[in-house]
Design a protein around this ligand. Structure first.
Ligand SMILES: [Zn+2]
Length: 185
């Protein structure tokens, strides 16, 4: 179980014991401006809760394991092993158990949301003009323009015909274009 100790405004020590490793994490700063540094030491498994003590030169941390007693000194964001000074028993304070050590303040990039596929174009109605897609068809009054697979045989009797020479509309039964005189097939 991880332990934590509040050292002062925005500064904390976290200790965790995983297997034979003690992880010491120093965190300082406020939200959005956090610094965190971690040190891992082979200590063995804790046999009692870690303690901290304030001393003139900083903060001391003590861990007791089956392998012995380990001491570290913290000064600012620096941490270093201490060669077994006398533990200030009268000033030692057990650290508080904490649910989890917060991770370093580096929010992962949110993955890009995939582009939504283009919605099919809804039919559009403007006045007497009607536009729809697939096949692209535009209807304006009684005139219909279409593209794509809406082609119909030009010889169909009910299909409007156009002069192949000038493009003028011609009646289905006309033999000659009334506009340019072209002979109609
Ligand atoms: Zn014509």
């Amino acid at each position: 179980m991880p332990y934590q100790c509040d050292l002062g405004p925005g500064q904390r020590i976290y200790l965790d014991n995983s297997g034979n490793t003690t992880q010491i994490t120093l965190a300082s700063g406020g939200p959005g401006q956090q610094q965190q540094s971690s040190t891992q030491v082979q200590t063995g498994t804790w046999t009692e809760a870690p303690q901290v003590a304030r001393v003139a030169s900083g903060v001391l941390i003590r861990c007791v394991t089956a392998q012995g007693t380990f001491l570290w000194q913290v000064q600012g964001m620096q941490i270093g092993a201490v060669a077994a000074p006398a533990w200030p028993t009268d000033r030692g304070v057990p650290m508080q158990p904490v649910g989890a050590i917060p991770t370093a303040p580096m929010p992962p990039m949110a993955p890009m949301a995939p582009m939504a596929p283009m919605a099919p174009m809804p039919p559009m109605q403007m006045g007497d003009m009607h536009l729809s897609a697939n096949p692209m068809t535009m209807t304006m009054g009684n005139m219909t323009l279409s593209m794509g697979n809406a082609a119909t045989p030009s010889s169909a009797p009910d299909t409007p015909r156009f002069c192949t020479q000038c493009g003028a509309a011609v009646a289905v039964g006309d033999r000659y274009c009334g506009h340019c005189g072209h002979t109609l097939g």
